[in-house]
Design a protein around this ligand. Structure first.
Ligand SMILES: NC(=O)c1ccc[n+]([C@@H]2O[C@H](COP(=O)([O-])OP(=O)(O)OC[C@H]3O[C@@H](n4cnc5c(N)ncnc54)[C@H](OP(=O)(O)O)[C@@H]3O)[C@@H](O)[C@H]2O)c1
Length: 324
């Protein structure tokens, strides 16, 4: 059994990791560290876990676990690792954006690999540190990578992506307050969202330059999921586009191409990314849907753990969608 530590266990992504790992046949939670809940039962903070575990939050870390997941806000992972150095044999999977860009990937003798399995499976398998992608970045990169590989992103790409409120974490803010969010819709950070850097890095990693990425993020009045659309000029047929995507994602366990239009509920509570292609005049519209907390965060992190430890990659991740 792989011994796992979780840092930031009272937050949303930490809670999702606990839920997945309690059911994972190859892993065992050694400790769940919390700065604010040490000594409390996990089920006090995550009441759905009542009867599933008697574990309590810990105020201490075991530096010799096999793998540690960092589920902290941006900027806190670096500080945490400096204050709590883990054994060189402990693998690290970080869910923040502290190590995602190549310029930040080297830290304390480790080299973080960008953890999008559809792009870097082999590197992840050999890594001792992984920077898990952002949630918007996951949805958008999976939507655009096949076009990037064929050098078909030379023009501007227009992207709209709408996220549920859990994307902003467990802390309360004016725009996650029920009274504001319910029955409401708004955009934020137009054309400047922090995930653009990692998206551009991944698209460029396939060897071709790409046109400007114009990303408009939206806040939806639902709790989880991301629906992202991107469109760009495309001179081929719809069948050619479908073939391109089928080839690129051949063998991918968690990325599927749907011939029928997709919606959020078919992926919420799963580790799947569903993609749909639509052609109109000279444009190709790509739609992608993910659960921001699973394929966009904790599910992908466990997928990376499976790859790093040579486990079957879907182990613990065959989750059931809510659908209705
Ligand atoms: N939410 C998403 O959909 C999503 C998707 C992809 C990536 N991410 C990224 O994943 C990370 C965690 O996101 P989240 O949504 O789980 O956030 P969250 O709900 O706000 O949880 C973060 C947790 O970090 C702990 N913490 C806060 N400050 C700390 C510090 N200085 N040192 C140590 N621990 C500290 C707190 O837990 P304790 O009180 O228990 O210590 C807090 O609950 C973020 O970097 C986020 O950007 C989130």
């Amino acid at each position: 059994m792989i011994k796992v530590g979780i840092i930031g266990g009272s937050g949303y992504t930490g809670g999702e990791l606990i839920r997945i790992l309690l059911q994972h046949p190859g892993a065992e939670i050694a400790f769940v560290y919390s700065t604010t809940r040490a000594g409390k039962a996990l089920s006090e903070v995550h009441p759905d876990l009542l009867g599933q575990t008697s574990l309590e939050f810990s105020g201490e870390v075991d530096p010799s676990v096999d793998v540690v997941f960092l589920c902290l806000g941006h900027g806190n992972s670096k500080a945490f690792l400096q204050e709590n150095p883990f054994s060189p044999t402990t693998k690290i999977i970080d869910l923040s954006n502290d190590f995602r860009l190549a310029a930040d990937a080297g830290f304390m003798g480790r080299q973080f690999v960008y953890g999008l399995p559809e792009l870097h499976r082999t590197e992840i398998q050999g890594a001792n540190a992984v920077a898990n992608p952002g949630c918007f970045a996951t949805a958008i990169e999976l939507g655009l990578l096949p076009l990037a590989q064929e050098n078909l992103l030379q023009e501007e790409v227009h992207i709209h992506a709408i996220t549920g409120s859990t994307g902003a974490g467990a802390g309360l803010s004016p725009t996650t307050h029920f009274s504001w969010r319910e029955n409401n819709l708004s955009w934020y950070k137009p054309f400047t969202h922090q995930h653009l850097g990692e998206i551009s890095q991944s698209l460029s990693s396939l060897g071709n330059a790409h046109g400007k990425l114009r990303l408009l993020p939206l806040r939806g009045n639902f709790t989880r999921g991301i629906l992202a659309t991107a469109y760009t000029p495309f001179s081929g047929s719809l069948d050619q586009a479908r073939e391109l995507y089928a080839d690129f994602y051949h063998g991918a366990a968690f990325t599927q191409i749907s011939e029928v239009e997709i919606h959020l509920k078919q992926v919420v509570n799963t580790n799947q990314c569903h993609l749909h292609l639509h052609r109109h005049e000279d444009l190709l519209l790509v739609t992608s849907a993910v659960d921001n907390l699973l394929k966009g965060a904790s599910g992908q992190a466990v997928h990376n753990m499976n790859l790093m430890f040579g486990l079957p990659e879907t182990q613990g991740l065959m989750l059931k969608a809510g659908v209705f």
